[in-house]
Design a protein around this ligand. Structure first.
Ligand code: ASP
Length: 422
């Protein structure tokens, strides 16, 4: 049975068990079951937290180091980064704006992670903008080993970017380290896939606990949030990206969607931009007329670093959780959410639910405990389908724009990536 079907069945079972438990509050059955469910969900969330630092570190090093192939390609490199940065910034702004307009999660009192909230002191809560930056520098540029052991993710990200850049500039001198890092990344991905096998149990326990203990309107708020995020992500994919493509890539949205549809459907079905990569390259080359050397550079890089759907989701979800626990985010905190959501999506590899793991760092950045992802996990698989589709769409769209703007550039010395071998 596929993981998605297992998760679906587990979610249904979770709802049933939660409803049954609601009927017997204040009994030994209730408290023992809640205890068991708490342990089950803590194991799953604990495993995700355990992998956060190694995943972000290796994923960012691999992503940045892959810029190597574009080093000689001044313009291709610059246009690619500029396009990715622009589309991701737009998606973040869109995510936060919609979360504000629809006041996602406002007016609720969720006790699920109240304990964690009480124990957690937000480092950013009382900061104004200037002290935030002083604090940011002091806490970020620190001994990387301390950062690893403390789980200081921002600091790990900065260090990973520097290592990635050094690998780009050092070239062959650091071939062993590059290979080691790639292998380590693949190893961490394997661990993630193992932990994902626990997802049905984790989601069963989280949902059962949520329904047994919480006011049922939390569930409807969750469904409302899922609807709003899906709508906003689709708006980005159907309106914002095609408009940019039309203006900067001079390609009609109809031609684009016709050519890209196979990759988009695959992204929806697999929830993995990495698994979809060969098809994205094929569609971009054969149907959208992008030169193979451009797709060979832009799309693999994009599947690591360009994730509009993930960025949008992470920003909106942070606001949702903040609203749920009644935390009013200041402007500074919202800027922090945007920056960390962008970094978190850079750190998320193109595999199912990766955004969920990196979501932990977005929550922590504004003083929300990692445990708060408990509330988002039950809906993650559904949301992942649409956000992955938009991630993949963004990669193909950027390749069309880059292709157009670098027509006069000599790219003959770039190795051609064979679509079939990816
Ligand atoms: N599943 C997404 C992707 O592969 C990443 C995420 O979880 O947001 O692009």
């Amino acid at each position: 049975m596929s993981l998605n079907s297992q998760i679906f069945i587990a979610a249904l079972l979770g709802v049933v068990v939660g409803c049954v438990l609601r009927v017997y509050p204040d009994t030994a059955l209730f408290s023992n079951s809640i205890y068991g469910l708490s342990i089950m969900s803590s194991i799953f969330i604990g495993c995700l937290k355990m992998l956060l630092v190694p995943l972000i570190f290796t994923s960012i090093v691999v992503g940045v180091a892959s810029l190597e192939s574009g080093k000689q390609l001044g313009k291709v490199w610059k246009v690619t980064l500029m396009c990715s940065f622009t589309t991701m910034s737009l998606s973040l702004i869109l995510g936060l704006t919609c979360a504000h307009i629809f006041e996602v999660g406002k007016g609720m009192d969720v006790s699920l992670f109240k304990h964690a909230m009480d124990q957690y002191h937000s480092p950013a809560q009382s900061l104004d903008t200037s002290s935030f930056f002083t604090n940011f520098i002091q806490n970020t540029l620190i001994n990387p080993f301390k950062a690893f052991s403390d789980g200081n993710v921002l600091s790990v990200v900065v260090f990973a970017m520097l290592i990635g850049l050094a690998l780009v500039y050092g070239g062959n001198k650091f071939q062993h380290i590059r290979t080691f890092n790639e292998e380590f990344f693949n190893l961490v991905m394997m661990l993630v896939s193992w932990i994902m096998k626990l997802a049905p149990f984790g989601i069963f326990a989280l949902l059962a606990k949520l329904i047994a203990k919480e006011d049922l309107s939390v569930i409807s708020r969750l469904a409302e949030f899922a609807g709003i995020v899906t709508g906003t992500t689709l708006f980005h994919g159907l309106i914002v990206l095609p408009t940019l493509l039309w203006i900067f890539g001079r390609m009609s949205p109809i031609k684009f969607f016709k050519g890209a549809r196979l990759a988009l459907i695959t992204a929806f079905a697999t929830s993995s931009s990495s698994a979809t990569m060969p098809l994205s390259m094929k569609c971009a080359q054969e149907n959208l007329g992008v030169r193979p050397k451009i797709t060979g550079f832009v799309i693999p890089l994009g599947s690591h670093l360009n994730m509009d759907g993930t960025a949008l989701y992470e920003a909106a979800a942070a606001l949702f959780v903040a609203n749920l626990v009644g935390l009013e985010l200041s402007l500074t905190q919202q800027i922090i959410v945007c920056l960390t959501a962008m970094i978190a999506s850079l750190g998320a590899p193109g595999i199912p639910s990766a955004g969920m793991v990196t979501m932990i760092m977005v929550l922590q950045s504004v003083g929300l405990p990692a445990e708060a992802i408990a509330i988002l996990l039950p809906i993650d698989r559904v949301l992942d389908t649409v956000r992955t589709m938009v991630n993949v769409e963004g990669d193909m769209m950027v390749s069309v724009v880059v292709d157009r703007y670098t027509r006069d550039e000599n790219i003959d010395h770039l190795p051609t990536k064979d679509v079939a071998s990816t």
